[in-house]
Design a binder for this molecule. Structure first.
Ligand SMILES: Cc1cc2nc3c(=O)[nH]c(=O)nc-3n(C[C@H](O)[C@H](O)[C@H](O)COP(=O)(O)OP(=O)(O)OC[C@H]3O[C@@H](n4cnc5c(N)ncnc54)[C@H](O)[C@@H]3O)c2cc1C
Length: 388
């Protein structure tokens, strides 16, 4: 794998790095340390800048008006965009725009008119509703929400848990069982408007995340027209699975970005801070923490770029994405923990970003498939047919 960045990649990465350092980090000095929102005037001002940079709507395919950015460059940018306090769950506070739910690019023309284009224009927001109280690690078997055909509609009963942002969404993707079989072949994906009778946000679920709450959903005889089925009946799980694999690459990149920034802050701090008459940087215990940070960051960066390269070439990348997610989230957690330690008492105050990163990074070993599930995916890949 060639890790040398092209001139164009260096230029774009440099531009985004400067943007984060000059535009986002200074604003955070005056923001609530737990917010995921910019004041509206700053948000509008920065969106004008990202549009002028030609980088607005990074995840939108060029044929829908997004910039022509390949996946490897996009991954490098995800590493850069996470390098500030809110960066893990709110990279650059969304001023680079978003594509919303990527699955909608595969929707019918009518569905695109009703959901995709309004999302791209920033008029609608969607949620991704897969996990249920019966289990999220193995959703294909765990899904109990049921949809039954009734005339031109489907009637959905059941519930979901840990669904991010459904309390503020206009619609969402809801995965429901539509056949008697237990596995992945009996699941269908429905696009559901949140004002549909029978749709209830039962509870806001507070987690270690600073903002951007998860929700618990309940569906009571919720009627959804058949025209709102995304893809084919009983083939919805493939839609979820494809998204989960792809999403692991930027998810890992975000963890690496935070680790890079935490390590950089520690490298600035330890030569200045003296204990027992000498700078912390002269102590081998501190040097080894920095060395381990360096190794964690390098190894996870290689893995995530390898996954991005394979995905970009159209090769199978399921194992590589799982490895990147596993190592990126675990290494990122270790780096933040070591940096917090080097900063001593200051490390656990809200004057520094470590405590937010420390809390939010812990979720990353569970969200988008826990570490054990990533190992399970890798084991299935390397053992292949020999694994029963
Ligand atoms: C903040 C937050 C936001 C989320 N947002 C969303 C969202 O927007 N949409 C959505 O659909 N879901 C979302 N999730 C759900 C998330 O994907 C699940 O929590 C995750 O997949 C794990 O499912 P579970 O919590 O049911 O754990 P379980 O499936 O019950 O697993 C529990 C633990 O068992 C272990 N384990 C599981 N399988 C194995 C195995 N094969 N071998 C060994 N050990 C194993 C793991 O340690 C795992 O953490 C979110 C979760 C959180 C915390």
């Amino acid at each position: 794998m060639d890790l040398q960045l092209s001139e164009e990649q260096q230029m774009i990465v440099g531009m985004v790095r400067r943007f984060v350092r000059e535009e986002i980090v200074p604003l955070e000095l005056n923001l609530d340390p737990d917010t995921d929102q910019l004041p509206p005037a700053d948000r509008e001002r920065l969106i004008v800048k990202t549009k002028a940079m030609g980088l607005y709507g990074l995840d939108i395919p060029p044929e829908y008006g997004g910039p022509e950015i390949d996946l490897v460059t996009r991954t490098l940018l995800a590493i850069e965009m996470a390098q500030h306090r809110a960066g893990l769950y709110s990279p650059c506070y969304g001023v680079f725009g978003g594509a919303g739910l990527a699955q909608l690019f595969e929707a019918t023309d009518d569905q695109k008119e009703r959901y995709l284009y309004p999302t791209l224009r920033g008029e609608k927001r969607g949620f991704f509703g897969l996990t249920e109280p019966s289990g999220g690690s193995d959703p294909a078997r765990a899904i109990q929400t049921r949809a039954v055909a009734d005339g031109d509609d489907w009637v959905i009963n059941g519930g979901k848990i840990f669904i991010s942002g459904a309390d503020k969404a206009d619609f969402g993707l809801v995965f429901a069982r539509t056949a008697s079989e237990k596995g992945r072949n009996g699941v269908t994906c429905f696009i559901v408007d949140t004002d549909t009778p029978g749709f209830h946000v039962r509870r806001i679920v507070h987690t270690l995340r600073s903002a951007n709450y998860a929700t618990e959903l309940q569906f009571d005889d919720m009627r959804v027209p058949a025209t709102n089925i995304l893809g084919q009946v009983n083939r919805g799980f493939a839609i979820a699975n494809d998204r989960l694999s792809r999403q692991r690459i930027p998810y890992a990149a975000g963890c690496i970005g935070v680790a890079v920034k935490a390590h950089e802050l520690a490298l600035e701090y330890v030569p200045q801070r003296e204990t027992f008459g000498a700078p912390l940087s002269s102590r081998q215990a501190i040097q080894w923490m920095l060395v381990d940070n360096e190794i964690d960051i390098q190894t996870s960066t290689w893995l995530v770029l390898d996954a991005a390269h394979k995905a970009q070439r159209g090769d199978s990348f399921r194992k590589e994405a799982a490895m990147a997610k596993l190592v990126g989230s675990e290494a990122g957690g270790r780096v933040v923990d070591r940096c917090m330690q080097m900063f001593g008492g200051y490390g656990v105050t809200k004057d520094f970003p470590f405590e937010r990163w420390y809390r939010e990074m812990r979720i990353r070993r569970i969200g988008e498939g826990p570490s054990e599930v990533q190992r399970h995916i890798i084991a299935r890949d390397i053992l292949g047919a020999s694994l029963r």
